[in-house]
Design a binder for this molecule. Structure first.
Ligand code: F6R
Length: 357
C-alpha cells in the first residue's frame, strides 16, 4: 500500500533508511556481529574469482559490489550483463563462483546464465528480494535483501539493499580470511542510514534541481570517477526510464574521447564528487564541459566540497558513498518525471520483472 504517498517510487525511496537498518539487524548474530551462512563464506573462500551476473539496476549494484569485495576481501570479481554473458561466455577462472543479483529473482536473462552454470557444475549464490523466486530456488544459496516488496517499476530500495548485502558479504569474507579492516561496518551502515534519512528530507531541494536543470532539456549527462561513475550509470538509468530524457552516465575522463561533442549551450551535466582521490580530476572534467556551455550541477560530499557545488552530502565511509549519493539522483529523476507529466510508477515500454530473454 502506498498510503499517503502519491507514488510507490517516492515511498520506496523514503524506505531506504529503514531497509538499511533492517538489513543490519537481519545479518547480525546474537553478539551484534555481522554474519553470513558459513557455507556461503566457505564457497567464497574456495573460489579464485567471483562472477557477478545481473541486469539493469542490479548490474549497477554489482559494479559497486565488485569494488567492495576486491578492496575488502581481496578476491577478484568480474561483473557481467546477463544477456551478454549467456551468449558470449568469457574464459572462466579455474574455480569460479557465481553471484546472481536480481531484485525479482525472475529475470529471464539472468536465469539463462544460471541454467548454464548449473549445467557446468559451478556453485551459485542468488542475492534477491523474493524468497522462493526462480533464481533463488535454482541457485545453491540465497542471500535476501529484506527490502520489502518493490512495486514501482524503477528500482530504488533494492539497489541500495543489494549494495549493503554485498558490503556485508565483503566484510564477513575479509574477516574469515583474517584481513583486518579499520572500520566497523555495523556502525558505518548505521551512519549511511542516518544520512539517507537527511537526503530524503531534502526533497524540496531535489525538486528545485529537477525543475531548474531538467524541465525542458532533451538530454542530460552524469559524470563521475571511480565508484561515482557506477552511481552515474544508475542515476542516468533512473532518469531515462521514468522521465524519457535521454541520459547517459560517463566516466569523467572518458567524455572527452567523443561524447563531449554532444555538449551544447545549457546541456545539464550532473557530476558526482564523493571520492577524495579523484576529486581534482572530476572537477577538471566539469571545467571541460562548462567550457563547452554545459550547465553543471555538482553533488559532492562534505569535506570535498567547493563553492561551486549545488548540493553537499553529509560524509559517510568513502566506500559506501553509493548508498547515499544515489538518493539525490533517484529524487531528481522522480521530480523530473513528475514535472514532465510522466507516469512515474509505470513508465512506458517497461515491466517490473522481465521474464523474456
Ligand atoms: C531499473 C530496473 C531494471 C531492473 C532489471 C533487473 O530501474 O528496475 O533495470 O533492475 O530489469 O531486474 P531484477 O533485479 O529483478 O533482476
Amino acid at each position: 500500500e502506498k498510503g499517503t504517498y502519491p507514488h510507490y517510487m517516492l515511498k520506496e525511496i523514503d524506505e531506504q533508511p529503514f531497509v538499511m537498518r533492517r538489513i543490519i539487524q537481519k545479518y547480525q548474530d546474537e553478539n551484534g556481529q555481522l554474519t553470513i551462512d558459513p557455507q556461503i563464506i566457505q564457497e567464497v573462500l574456495n573460489a579464485d574469482r567471483l562472477y557477478i551476473i545481473a541486469c539493469g539496476t542490479s548490474y549497477h549494484a554489482g559494479l559497486v559490489g565488485k569494488q567492495l569485495i576486491e578492496k575488502w576481501a581481496k578476491i577478484p570479481v568480474e561483473v557481467h550483463v546477463a544477456s551478454e554473458f549467456s551468449y558470449n561466455m568469457p574464459l572462466l577462472s579455474e574455480k569460479p563462483l557465481f553471484i546472481y543479483i536480481s531484485q525479482s529473482g525472475e529475470t529471464a536473462d539472468s536465469r539463462a546464465v544460471l541454467v548454464q552454470t548449473n549445467k557446468l557444475g559451478y556453485k551459485a549464490i542468488t542475492i534477491t528480494n523474493v524468497p522462493g523466486s526462480t533464481l533463488s530456488r535454482e541457485a545453491d544459496y540465497t542471500l535476501l535483501l529484506h527490502a520489502g516488496p518493490e512495486i514501482a517499476v524503477a528500482s530504488t530500495k533494492a539497489y541500495t539493499a543489494q549494495i549493503a548485502v554485498l558490503a556485508i558479504l565483503a566484510v564477513t569474507t575479509a574477516k574469515a580470511k583474517g584481513i583486518e579492516l579499520d572500520f566497523d561496518l555495523v556502525k558505518e551502515l548505521a551512519i549511511t542510514a542516518n544520512v539517507m534519512e537527511m537526503l530524503c528530507d531534502a526533497k524540496e531541494e531535489m525538486e528545485k534541481i529537477a525543475r531548474e536543470y531538467l524541465a525542458a532539456t532533451r538530454n542530460c549527462f552524469f559524470i563521475g570517477r571511480a565508484v561515482d561513475y557506477y552511481v552515474c550509470l544508475e542515476g542516468a538509468l533512473k532518469l531515462k526510464e521514468i522521465s524519457y530524457i535521454q541520459a547517459e552516465g560517463f566516466a569523467g575522463g572518458e567524455l572527452k574521447h567523443g561524447t563531449i561533442a554532444l555538449i551544447e549551450d545549457g546541456t545539464p551535466v550532473i557530476a558526482l564528487a564523493t571520492q577524495e582521490h579523484v576529486n581534482l580530476n572530476i572537477r577538471g572534467n566539469v571545467k571541460e564541459v562548462v567550457a563547452r556551455g554545459a550547465n553543471p550541477c555538482i553533488i559532492s560530499m562534505r569535506g570535498l566540497e567547493t563553492d561551486e557545488d549545488r548540493f553537499v552530502i553529509p560524509a559517510v565511509h568513502p566506500m559506501l558513498t553509493p548508498l547515499v549519493s544515489v538518493v539525490p539522483l533517484q529524487l531528481i529523476a522522480y521530480y523530473a518525471a513528475l514535472h514532465r507529466g510522466c507516469d512515474v510508477d509505470k513508465p512506458r515500454n517497461l515491466a517490473k520483472s522481465v521474464t523474456v530473454e
